[in-house]
Design a protein around this ligand. Structure first.
Ligand SMILES: [Zn+2]
Length: 268
């Protein structure tokens, strides 16, 4: 039998850990594949002229207080094009083996059930299906919203339910899912810190970096919005990985994605 003081200590430790939050499950969804003719687009001067396949994932979080979809992937309409679809900037060919909507359906989730949607940034391989979530609150940094609404075509509709963020944001108010401001790839790029009760802490990078090699060598693509901000954001996430003993999941790195269980499997 525990003494009263020991019982208090046990309760305090449980409260301090990641095991005492309302996050129930994380599902990883297949949100397309990208084939690049020249991978040095991301790694200036390295592996020039070499083809590379990039993975692309979306993540569904089931929390006591709602549901968050992180990333929406390449457009579902790409699924019908077996030869793929060249991206608007011509840099990659998109493929989609399964639609996002069918993967949600197989988890018995309809777009209107999703309370919150957030994307790392506004590029089309991340925002391809955001218009489907007409009722969800879309969590976007102020600078990213301005950037997105100046694009042609706009990734969002004019009447989507956008919540403007300025900096980090605790999505469900218990520290289980936190949007991190990691500017640089685009004006308001964001990453996601996740604390799962059993799996522990993860950081989903978005396009902070695209491949492990870029993380290991602090490489910034030449087409990023701001190089200094990009490097500062990498440094910020290096510190957070250490502080939270977090795993780093780089969504476009095919080798990392191959080791991750996709839905219907899930992480708790
Ligand atoms: Zn991307």
């Amino acid at each position: 039998m525990l003494s009263f003081a020991a019982a208090l200590l046990v309760m305090a430790l449980a409260g301090a850990g990641a095991d005492n939050n309302g996050l129930k499950r994380m599902y990883v969804l297949d949100c397309g594949r990208l084939i690049a003719k020249d991978q040095s687009r991301w790694t200036p001067g390295v592996n020039a002229g070499q083809q590379r396949e990039l993975s692309n994932s979306c993540y569904l979080f089931k929390h006591e207080r709602g549901t968050l979809l992180w990333e929406t992937g390449v457009p579902d309409s790409v699924t019908d094009q077996k030869g793929g679809v060249t991206s608007p900037n011509g840099a990659v060919v998109w493929f989609r083996d399964k639609t996002l909507v069918s993967q949600l359906e197989s988890l018995r989730v309809k777009p209107n059930d999703i309370t919150h949607v957030a994307m790392s940034h506004s590029h089309a391989d991340h925002t391809g299906n955001v218009k489907m979530f007409a009722k969800s609150k879309i969590l976007l940094q102020k600078l990213e919203h301005e950037f997105a609404m100046n694009m042609t075509p706009k990734p969002l509709t004019d009447d989507q339910n956008v919540q403007i963020l300025s900096g980090d944001h605790d999505v469900f108010g218990d520290g289980s899912v936190t949007i991190l401001s990691t500017q640089g790839h685009t004006p308001g790029h964001q990453s996601l810190l996740v604390k799962l009760p059993k799996t522990g802490a993860l950081i989903l990078t978005g396009d902070l970096v695209h491949f492990q090699y870029m993380w290991d060598n602090k490489i910034v693509p030449s087409f990023n919005f701001n190089k200094e901000q990009s490097l500062a954001s990498i440094d910020r996430v290096i510190k957070l990985v250490a502080e939270h003993k977090a795993q780093l999941w780089i969504g476009h790195d095919k080798d990392i994605t191959a080791r991750i269980n996709r839905a219907p499997k899930f992480y708790e």
